[in-house]
Design a protein around this ligand. Structure first.
Ligand code: APR
Ligand code: PHB
Length: 394
């Protein structure tokens, strides 16, 4: 097989890239190790920055998001028996975020790219490795029906997530990895109950962090900080709801509607960056190049900004024979990545319980009290939460 841009992975990064390139007449093939249903079954984040929402509209996959997504103009932070609202438009010149699940985005992209445009996406087709990334015709080696096959490309986009093969195809001395793990995880529940509050609530509590989020007016997504070695099997639905309520202000806890789980899972928290994000004709994008802890919901949005830069670079190459955007991709993408890594690390550090370290928790409360009383600090949080701007190219 041959294509212009070979894409490994059909998560949001791979699908969005394929869709944007297709609309410019650039040929792509996506190879995905799992089935379409498996990819759609993963429950992930649900807060979208304006930049990503605009990119989905540009990809002509934003119609349902604009109909069903919920515009949020702020978040709430609970700490020290207080509940404080942060107003985004007031602190960012009118910016807001959109609540719309990654699962829905993936579904909309699949429908537009595969079902309507006939884009080539091969499921149950694991990639084994990338060869010749430093030549003019790199090859993706993959397996289909037990047979080893090759996809010859002009360029390869490694959109295959944290556990993918594209990053691992690079010799260790050519790549720098930066990593921080955190001594806790998030236990999450998805349930068809109305959200306890119209906007998200992030809670710093002596028992640990909690988050009240949602997917719609009838579907809630809640999290509690848990031990790293905790297991879903240790938690009944009732135990989860009890623990969540304990970590929220009483008037919020009292109005909480509870119900059976649709899904429950535990996620570890990690900050991770691979540098650079370009190796000859292989480009990393999304989770294959970086991971943020989920506090602040930056993971999906960073995947989108990578794809913004990468799609512009490929389009400039094919339409205008320009290579400068390809050459600048890594440094441009990484500038934004590191800022989101910093914000997610800061917000995680501010909101979670670290051992029984009372000094840390007193410092957190002092910082939160400062934050909600300082226009400067509120502006910093709001600017980062709604999403830092994408760099534009001339
Ligand atoms: N061959 C083919 N496909 C692969 C391989 C492989 N060897 N390894 C992994 N994949 C696929 C995975 O099955 C997955 O569907 O690559 C896809 C990567 O998708 P995601 O993990 O969703 O990563 P990405 O598209 O970059 O999206 C980033 O997802 O994990 C969240 O927080 C993250 O929300 C962010 C978003
Ligand atoms: C979610 O809804 O899953 C979510 C929302 C906000 C976060 C993290 C996760 O900061």
């Amino acid at each position: 097989m041959r294509t212009q841009v070979g894409i490994i992975g059909s998560g949001p990064s791979g699908l969005l890239l394929a869709r944007l390139l297709h609309l410019q007449g650039i040929d792509t093939v996506i190879l995905e190790s799992h089935s379409r249903d498996y990819v759609l079954g993963r429950i992930r984040a649900g807060v979208i920055e304006q930049g990503m929402a605009d990119l989905l509209r540009e990809a002509k996959a934003g119609e349902r998001m604009d109909k069903e997504g919920l515009i949020h103009e702020g978040i709430n932070i609970a700490f020290d028996d207080r509940l404080e609202r942060i107003d985004f438009p007031k602190h960012t010149d009118g910016k807001v975020v959109m609540v719309y699940g990654q699962t829905e985005i993936t579904y909309d992209l699949m429908k537009a790219h595969i079902d309507e445009a006939g884009g080539k996406v091969y499921y149950d087709t694991p990639v084994i490795g990338v060869e010749g990334y430093d030549t003019d015709s790199p090859k993706i080696i993959y397996e289909q029906n037990g047979q080893r096959q090759e996809l010859v490309c002009d360029f390869v986009a490694g959109c295959d997530g944290y556990h993918g093969v594209s990053r691992k195809s690079i010799p260790a001395d050519k790549i720098s990895l930066f990593e921080r793990t955190y001594p806790f995880g998030w236990l999450g529940i998805l349930s068809d109950v109305p959200p306890v509050n119209e906007e998200l609530i992030y809670a710093n509590h002596p028992r640990g962090f909690a988050l009240c989020s949602m997917r719609s007016h009838t579907r809630s997504r809640y999290y509690v900080q848990c031990e790293l070695d905790d297991k879903v099997e240790n938690w009944t639905d009732d135990a989860f709801w009890d623990e969540l309520r304990r970590r929220l202000p009483p008037r919020v806890a009292d109005s909480m509607k509870t119900g059976p789980r649709l899904e429950m899972s535990i996620a570890p928290l990690r900050s991770f960056v691979a540098e650079p994000m370009r190796f000859g004709r292989l480009f990393l994008a999304g989770d294959s190049a970086h991971i943020v802890p989920p506090t602040g919901a930056k993971g999906l949005n960073l995947a989108a900004s990578d794809i913004y830069y990468l799609s512009r670079a490929f389009i400039a190459y094919y339409k205008e024979k320009r290579t400068d955007l390809l050459d600048r991709y890594s440094e441009t993408a990484l500038r934004r990545v590191w800022k989101a890594i910093r914000f997610s690390w800061w917000y995680t550090s501010l909101m979670h319980k670290f051992d029984d370290d009372m000094m840390t928790s007193r410092l957190q409360i002092a910082e939160l009290d400062y934050l909600v009383n300082s226009d400067a600090a509120l502006t910093t949080l709001s600017e980062n939460y709604v999403g830092l701007p994408y760099e534009k190219f001339e």
